[in-house]
Ligand binder design. Structure first.
Ligand SMILES: *Cc1c(COP(=O)(O)O)cnc(C)c1O
Length: 383
């Protein structure tokens, strides 16, 4: 019996045509494919130093409790996050990655068949996939050709049925980071019902200076003055700067009235007991934090400089990754370079899913990884 013949397996139209998230290639996959021992992964913007030793200890400590349900609503973690940002814990919504908070926002705010969601093109794919899945119209404004933001184009797509406007800053995959004043101007111009969702998955890297947290935060983020706005939600994640991608932990900071709805709708216990313990421990480790931010700053400067020396077109990044195009006289296409690096056990990121097939993205690694990548690229590009 062909799958089509099975009526009981019929699904909603939006599910039939659903295109799943395109993840970076995994270490295990490449190790098996090419029979390699050592793999360097610079594809998914993970922490180049791994996870904090305090996190590992906290997970070991909690291992004996995994048969228990965690305390519903993660109150201890929400309190710790609220303290970190100086906001009311009632404004925090934790989730199974910030992906879950994105999904909750769309499902809570956007009425299928009536509301629309607005974002840039290209954008992080979760905004588009979850809108489609929800049956909500998605409107996208083209980024400028240099990957800066065309606010007027974005604004012109909004109307009284706009439920959500998604902006990623620093942006993925370009690393571009607009000044906070531009976000503030946008928030003030949006139609009344629209919530501006500012995805700050990588903001820690823009805000840091010399390994110190938040030195430049006010320049790029509305977080320090979020209580002044009633139409802004800011998304943060433990997946990148905090080194917990595999545990799935993210959160949103939003008006308490909206946070309350999301928390009621959220599946119970979506943040698991180990993720909660790890998140609390990660926030405690100041030394690891400083080392992470320093490693990313130094690596980003070093890679940007060296790639430019090779003749690559490097887009200035405020994040922990770098988007670049190959030199004009490159002997390899982006596709060919990507595959040649894979064969050597170095995973970087193609940007086909962003419809940017001429560009590539690398996540900043530790210094050894950065050097190995550059050496391989110099050889392959004869640069
Ligand atoms: C990585 C990333 C996230 C975070 O996803 P998690 O679900 O928290 O792992 C969110 N937004 C963007 C743009 C990202 O690149």
């Amino acid at each position: 019996m062909s799958p089509k013949a099975c009526k009981a397996c019929n699904v909603r139209q939006a599910v039939e045509g659903f295109e799943p998230y395109a993840p970076g290639r995994s270490i295990d996959e490449i190790r098996q494919l090419y029979g390699l021992e050592n793999i360097i992964k610079m594809a998914s913007n993970e922490n180049p130093l791994g996870a904090s030793p305090l996190v590992k200890k906290a997970i070991e400590h909690s291992a004996g409790s995994v048969f228990r349900y965690t305390q519903s609503g993660t109150p201890r973690l929400s309190q710790a996050i609220a303290t970190l940002h100086g906001v009311d814990p009632a404004c925090i919504v934790t989730g199974n990655g910030s992906d879950e908070v994105i999904d909750l926002l769309i499902r809570c705010k956007a009425e299928p068949g009536r509301h629309n969601v607005v974002a840039f093109d290209p954008c992080f794919s979760l905004y588009t996939t979850q809108s489609r899945l929800c049956g909500v119209e998605l409107r996208q404004a083209k980024l400028n050709s240099d990957f800066t933001f065309n606010w007027d184009a974005l604004l012109s797509l909004t109307d009284e049925n706009t439920a959500l406007v998604f902006v990623t800053t620093p942006d993925n995959p370009s690393g571009y980071c607009p000044p906070a004043a531009e976000l503030s101007a946008l928030a003030q111009k949006l139609p009344e019902g629209a919530l501006l969702v500012i995805d700050e998955a990588y903001m820690d890297f823009a805000a840091a200076h010399n390994g110190q947290d938040n030195v430049n935060l006010a320049r790029y983020s509305l977080l320090p003055e979020i209580t002044k706005y009633n139409n802004i939600a800011i998304l943060r994640t433990f997946s990148k700067s905090w080194g917990l991608a595999g545990l799935r932990l993210g959160y949103g900071i939003m008006p308490a009235a909206l946070a309350d709805y999301l928390c009621r709708v959220r599946p119970p216990f979506s943040v698991n007991i180990l993720a909660e313990a790890a998140g609390l421990a990660a926030l405690e480790d100041r030394d690891f934090r400083r080392a992470t931010l320093l490693t990313v700053e130094e690596g980003r400067n070093y890679l940007s400089l060296e790639l430019a020396k090779m003749g690559c077109k490097v887009y200035p990044s405020h994040s922990n990754f770098i988007m670049f195009g190959l030199p004009k006289n490159s002997p390899l296409s982006p596709d060919e370079l990507f595959n040649a690096l894979l064969k050597r056990g170095i995973i970087i990121r193609q940007l086909k899913s962003y419809k940017l097939s001429q560009l590539l993205r690398i996540s900043v690694g530790n210094m050894d990884e950065n050097k190995m990548l550059l050496a391989a690229m110099r050889e392959l590009l004869h640069a």
